[in-house]
Design a protein around this ligand. Structure first.
Ligand code: NAP
Length: 220
């Protein structure tokens, strides 16, 4: 017959079993992206200034708000890639774990990278990147990193996706919520809206709330 001690141990084991985290997915996209991506062109540049400060959002989306498919960008658009690179070069970028995986699990050259993840820890990431457990935590880390630069040349902090990070930032812009201990507002939103010009439009599986951006645009 099971003793009281056995039952207590069994209960503890069960509790432990329920809190064990699922195995981490590798820092690589799991699904196969389409072999041939459609070509897209920039048809609208949304440039919104909401508040002073270094915290900014940068994205590209299609006319329906699609931003990703199978862990990658849905399109090829060299014009947008050049703009993203020029805007974020030598700045701090903040990305979700899947967007970081879409970079091949390596930081982009000449950018200080903060990766947001609930499950991963610094040991799961390359030494050159910083780990944050939330968007507020990422903003705190970025604010501390900015302290290493002279005040007049400190880098901006670019929120570069994916969907949950864009949604949290756009929600904050709508409600006036501030980020981190410093109470930083989302200062700017830069979005290139793209249209497919060659090849079939893909079925995106990751989205940005373009309607929310357009509402903010009207209020600006
Ligand atoms: N068009 C664009 O401008 C653009 C920009 C960026 C990305 N993309 C595309 O979007 C897709 C990836 O975006 P996604 O939305 O699927 O993934 P994602 O946001 O890049 O990554 C999601 C992961 O990030 C972590 N995370 C996100 N928000 C968090 C939060 N608030 N607190 C803690 N952890 C958080 C979690 O990691 P853990 O599971 O490790 O906890 C979550 O599973 C790709 O297809 C990519 O190419 C497009």
């Amino acid at each position: 017959m099971a003793t009281k001690q056995d039952l207590t141990q069994a209960a503890a084991n069960k509790e432990e079993a329920t809190v064990v985290a699922p195995p981490l997915s590798p820092l690589q996209p799991l699904r196969q992206p389409p072999a041939q991506k459609p070509r897209a062109a920039v048809v609208e540049e949304i440039r919104l200034t909401l508040a002073p400060g270094p915290l900014k959002l940068i994205a590209a989306c299609d006319l329906a708000g699609g931003i990703g498919v199978a862990g990658e960008l849905p399109w090829t658009c060299p014009e947008d890639m050049r703009w993203f690179r020029a805007t974020t070069l030598d700045q701090i970028i903040v990305v979700g774990a899947k967007t970081f995986a879409s970079f091949g699990g390596r930081p982009l050259p000449r950018r200080t990278t903060i990766v947001i993840s609930r499950l991963r820890r610094p040991a799961d990431l390359p030494a050159a990147v910083h780990w944050a457990r939330s968007l507020d935590n990422a903003v705190d880390i970025a604010a501390e990193l900015r302290g290493d630069w002279p005040a007049n040349s400190a880098p901006d902090i670019w929120l570069c996706g994916g969907a949950a990070i864009y949604a949290e930032a756009l929600g904050a812009a709508t409600t006036g919520r501030l980020f981190g201990h410093a109470g930083m507002p989302l200062g700017q939103i830069l979005i290139n809206v793209l249209s497919y010009v060659e090849g079939a439009a893909p079925s995106c599986d990751t989205w940005l709330d373009l309607a929310a951006v357009q509402t903010l645009n009207k209020q600006d």
